[in-house]
Design a protein around this ligand. Structure first.
Ligand SMILES: *Cc1c(COP(=O)(O)O)cnc(C)c1O
Length: 363
């Protein structure tokens, strides 16, 4: 990527001129455990159905702006009205739209770092002031302080399970935020399918008109390449998000792929279950390296957060000597020494555990 020259930067809107292009820190490797994708892919029995659905999409026609059949199917699945569902070009577009609709100068965001960096990025793009309520020991959110900050906020975003720490946000805490906040409370549930049953706060939508819940097809449903996400919220909040969206942001083939995934969602269960089991195994293997200075936190997502000695060095050696890419958070405030490791297939778990063992034992 070329640098933005001073001449070009001088032409940019001040809040945009402060930014650099997003770098997913990707390098070509054999084992990709850096982006929390589903390394099992589409279940083999669903793959041909999905391919046929995509091939049969109306390529010459603009797609249904609000998702038509996909929206109806998502509403039926979650037991809400279609007017309470909005689809986006990945969860990321919906997050951006949330800030376009509800953020901006004088509209404060309350966030709970360390968390997904995209919230802060989008907030700054639309000049939204951010009140950060940092997590405490073992990444526990400070619900009292969040609720206090929420009283004067336009937008509160919490992540459950949180990326990259893996913990669920307490359900009672979501209730308190919805009650305290005069604005919108978004719960980002991008990884909720990997959590224990009953962990989603979708069922609180009927109680709180200011609650919105974000979901995505990128993680459990193995469709990160198609870019489809959705928000469930009260119909007026959905209408506000619809007002700021690009009308045709989710392509017809992408809608068809997501519809096939929802229709056959039970077929994704075995891989999700295998990832949950793999998470336990990976956590135990990392826990077994405690004597070498490794610390791992419990996770309800498809990744684990671990603190390792000389983390940046370990990250580089995993990549260069073992062709395994994980995510380095060691220079992020609050995540000193931490790496985030996606739970891959059983073979990939063995490889990353063995590689860490080798590197940390100094062999
Ligand atoms: C991956 C992720 C998303 C959404 O990703 P998309 O691919 O844009 O749907 C949203 N929130 C968090 C915390 C994520 O990790």
């Amino acid at each position: 990527m070329a640098d933005i020259t001073p001449e070009v930067r001088a032409l940019m809107r001040p809040s945009a001129a402060a930014l650099e292009p997003y770098d997913p820190a990707f390098s070509p490797v054999d084992v990709i455990l850096s982006a929390n994708e589903n390394n099992y892919g589409i279940p083999p029995e669903v793959a041909p159905i999905l391919a046929e659905a995509v091939a049969g999409a109306a390529w010459n026609r603009y797609p249904a702006p609000l998702g038509g059949r996909l929206r109806a199917r998502l509403a039926a699945w979650h037991g809400v009205a279609p007017e309470q569902v909005i689809i986006g070009n990945g969860g990321d577009e919906l997050l951006f739209n949330l800030f376009l609709a509800f953020g901006g100068a004088g509209h404060t965001l309350v966030s709970c770092p360390p968390t997904f960096s995209v919230y802060g990025l989008y907030a700054s793009m639309v000049e939204t002031p951010v009140a950060e309520v940092f997590r405490g020991r073992d990444f526990a959110p400070n619900v009292d302080a969040l609720a206090e900050a929420a009283r004067t906020a336009t937008l509160v975003v919490v992540t459950s399970p949180n990326n990259p720490t893996g913990d669920l946000f307490p359900r009672e805490g979501v209730r308190r935020l919805c009650e305290a906040c005069p604005g919108i409370v978004l719960v980002d549930e991008a990884y909720i399918e990997f959590s224990d049953p009953g962990s989603s706060v979708d069922d609180l939508l009927g109680e709180y008109e200011n609650l919105a819940v974000l979901h995505t097809f990128s993680k459990a449903f193995a469709l990160a390449g198609t870019r489809v996400g959705y928000v469930l919220a009260g119909a007026p909040v959905v209408a506000a998000l619809a007002a700021v969206r690009q009308p045709y942001s989710v392509s017809a083939p992408d809608q068809a792929a997501a519809l096939a995934a929802v229709t056959h969602r039970e077929a994704f269960r075995p891989a999700i279950e295998a990832i949950r089991l793999g998470r336990g195994r990976l956590s135990a293997m990392l826990g077994g390296l405690a004597a070498l200075g490794v610390r791992v936190w419990p996770s309800q997502a498809n990744f684990v957060c671990a603190r390792v000695p000389h983390a940046h060095d370990v990250w580089r050696r995993l990549r260069d000597e073992h062709s395994i890419l994980v995510r380095d958070f060691s220079s992020t405030p609050g995540l000193e020494g931490c790496l985030r490791i996606t739970v891959g297939t059983p073979g990939e778990i063995d490889l990353v555990a063995a590689a860490l063992d080798t590197i940390l034992k100094g062999e």
